[in-house]
Write a protein that binds this ligand. Structure first.
Ligand code: ADP
Length: 673
């Protein structure tokens, strides 16, 4: 550095006079420090002169009365300079260096000029640089910090934005946002693709929605209206296809809302769309299913109601008494018929148990049956018993009781069904009385009627003998024939009387047998022989087949009665045709078979002809009391045997009697062929 050698009196004067030289020198060094190869930059000098001026002023002030503010002034100047430099983009190093250059330059200049800094000047001078450097550093740091913060926030924003974009792109939802001018400010990849597929426009950021849909006026109108609502602050959800609602089958749940920043400034609006096609389909299916089920349920309900009504009607209007009874035997519910039966009202009966209304004599039986039902020993039971009506009268009922069990099989309640059989019982008792009276009458009548038969029979025998003595006379011969006829009639009458007497005995349980050793074959032969004339008269040929011997312990008179009854029936109902009689042994039984070829018996009558007074023919055609087979069966069964009949109408009848033999027969059969 070269300074002019003119005499100066103070440092500031020197600096002031050497201003340009200083600046040039400074400039050169700074430039070199900053950009060694680049041409010098004029703007670098811009405010150096001002700084220099401030410095000179500060130094002048330093030895004036205002010296206190000199340092301050210098510092201000330095600070200002530093600030400007930093704002220009100088680094703090460069600013510090710049101060150093200036300081060196000034000190060198002063030394070369042989000048000395006054102490105050030196202080101001040094302060100027020190404070300048320090303040500049603070400014720098503050500025730098701001920059860092700004840069950090920007980077953060960028990072967050990138993250958000990545998330949005990954989501299958549609995400789109418009600014207040309906321009896209955000959308994810799915949104872009879907928009392109549905509307044929590839959207980009900044593109306006109306422009993107310019070719689809209807859709444009629809979507602008929706976005408009969101921009006005309405938050809402629509479920519809993303594209044309009329044509598409992909449904979205689109939520629209306004977009505001942290300060509440309206930035636009956005919508988020979730694909709800599957859910909607499932929902529709569910809906359909629910509809079907509801309809089915309604139908079932209607049916149930109907059946309940039917049940109630059946329950209430049934001609039989129906009641539900609890396990504690209390009446739970009774229909009208049951109430009438018991002559009581439902509220009254609810206070009572089954036991309370059951007739004293029937209580034990009724209780026992209910216990058996509860124990599962009976599935249900029917019993004839009496109830005690409220007015004390007994009433006969036929009662059927069953037990209702719950799903687990535990007893739940009883169902009682009662039919009033008082009338039946009365009629039955009356009938029984009538039968009893009839039997009594028959017994007396048969006795009384039989009494004159014996002398009548004797008189006829006498008459017959007289007639036989006079057989030469025509009158006597005629008399003889008439007497024979009368005799047969009297016998027949006696037989009928005997039958009646037998029935009375049987009914009274007084059929007594006097068993002795009897051969069925012999007995059959004798009886058959006795019947031959009668059979002949009826045009029947008796074909008798007899085994060797069929011995048993039977009452011979009664057995005769059995064979006689069967033979006389065969002759009566098989007149004009042969009759086959067979007596034999079969296993350990003696067997008598009487077969005719007569009118036969209808299948429905087969079961009843063995009962008292039962007949299968009209009285007009065939006489009889319907007692023969009854007595026959009673005798056979009392003898330990059985009787069966096989017959078809018009094809004859076969009666088979089997009786136990006296001792087991070891040979297979003695039956004659
Ligand atoms: P009945 O006095 O009427 O013959 P029975 O008790 O001997 O009384 O017979 C009862 C009924 O059985 C008869 O009325 C008749 O209808 C039928 N019956 C009995 N034996 C014969 C038979 N051999 N052939 C056809 N019907 C017979």
């Amino acid at each position: 550095m070269s300074l002019s050698s003119s005499q100066v009196i103070s440092v500031e004067d020197v600096i002031a006079s050497q201003r340009d030289v200083i600046l040039e020198h400074w400039m050169e060094r700074i430039h070199r420090a900053l950009q060694p190869d680049a041409p010098p930059r004029a703007e670098l000098l811009d405010h150096i002169p001002r700084f220099l001026d401030s410095l000179i002023l500060a130094m002048r002030l330093a030895h004036s009365p205002a010296q206190e503010s000199a340092a301050c002034w210098a510092a201000q100047a330095a600070l200002k300079h530093g600030e400007l430099r930093l704002r220009e983009g100088f680094s703090l190093d460069t600013v510090v260096y710049e101060y150093g250059v200036l300081r060196d330059c000034l000190l060198t200049l002063a030394r070369e000029q042989g000048l000395k800094f006054l102490p105050d000047q030196m202080r101001a001078f040094t302060e100027c640089f020190h404070r300048g450097i320090a303040e500049a550093a603070i400014v720098y740091l503050q500025q730098h910090e701001r920059e860092l913060r700004a840069a950090g926030a920007a980077a953060e924003r960028q990072h967050a934005h990138a993250l958000l974009a990545a998330i949005l792109d990954k989501t299958t939802d549609l995400v789109g946002a418009l600014d207040t001018d309906f321009r896209f400010i955000l959308f994810n990849r799915r949104y872009q693709q879907e928009f392109e597929t549905r509307f044929g426009t590839r959207i980009s950021l900044g593109m306006s929605l109306p422009d993107a849909l310019a070719h689809l006026p209807e859709q444009k109108h629809r979507l602008v209206a929706l976005w408009g609502r969101a921009l006005r602050g309405e938050e809402f959800t629509v479920v519809q296809p993303f594209g044309d609602p009329a044509q598409e089958d992909t449904w979205y749940e689109l939520r629209y809302a306004r977009l505001e920043d942290a300060q509440g400034e309206i930035q636009g609006a956005f919508h988020v769309g979730r694909d709800v096609t599957a859910a909607r389909k499932a929902h529709e299916e569910l809906d359909l299913h629910v509809q079907e089920r509801t309809a089915a349920l309604a139908q079932a309900n209607a049916r149930l109601r109907e059946s309940e009504e039917r049940f109630r009607a059946t329950f209430n209007q049934a001609a039989v008494g129906i009641a539900h009874v609890g396990l504690d035997e209390r009446w739970l519910q009774l229909n009208q018929c049951y109430l009438e039966l018991l002559g009581s009202t439902e509220p009254e009966l609810r206070k009572l148990t089954v036991r309370d209304v059951t007739h004293l004599e029937d209580r034990e039986k009724s209780q026992s049956l209910m216990r058996q039902l509860l124990a599962g020993e009976l599935a249900h039971y029917t019993v004839e018993q009496r109830y005690q009506r409220r007015n004390g009268e007994p009433v006969w009922v036929e009662l059927t009781v069953s037990l209702v069990r719950d799903a687990s099989g535990a007893p739940s309640y009883f169902i009682f069904a009662a039919v009033d059989i008082s009338e039946n019982v009365r009629l039955y008792q009356e009938a029984q009385r009538a039968v009893h009276l009839r039997d009594e009458f028959l017994q007396v009548a048969s006795h009384e009627l039989k009494t004159p038969l014996t002398p009548l029979s004797l008189k006829l025998q006498m008459l017959s003998r007289v007639a036989q003595a006079e057989l030469s006379s025509i009158t006597a011969r005629r008399l003889q024939r008439d007497v024979e006829v009368m005799h047969r009639q009297v016998n027949r009458l006696a037989e009928l009387m005997d039958d009646l007497l037998d029935v009375s005995r049987i009914t009274a349980g007084q059929l007594h047998l006097n068993p002795e050793s009897v051969d069925l074959c012999v007995l059959t032969r004798e009886v058959s022989a006795r019947f031959t004339p009668q059979a002949t008269r009826a045009g029947c040929r008796l074909q008798v087949e007899l085994g060797c011997e069929a011995l048993g312990q039977w009452d011979p008179l009664r057995l005769e009665q059995v064979v006689s009854n069967l033979l006389s029936n065969a002759i009566k109902y098989g007149a004009g045709r042969p009759i086959h009689i067979r007596a034999e042994t079969a296993g350990n039984r003696a067997r008598l078979t009487v077969r005719d070829e007569g009118i036969g018996i209808a299948p429905e009558a087969l079961g009843r002809i063995f009962h008292k007074f039962e007949r299968a023919v009209s009285e007009r055609n065939y006489g009889g009391l319907g007692l023969g087979l009854f007595i026959t069966r009673q005798i056979v069964e009392a003898s330990g045997g059985s009787i069966q009949v096989e017959s078809q109408l018009g094809r004859g009848a076969t009666f088979i009697v089997e009786l136990p033999l006296a001792r087991p027969v070891d040979t297979v059969s003695h039956a004659a062929g």
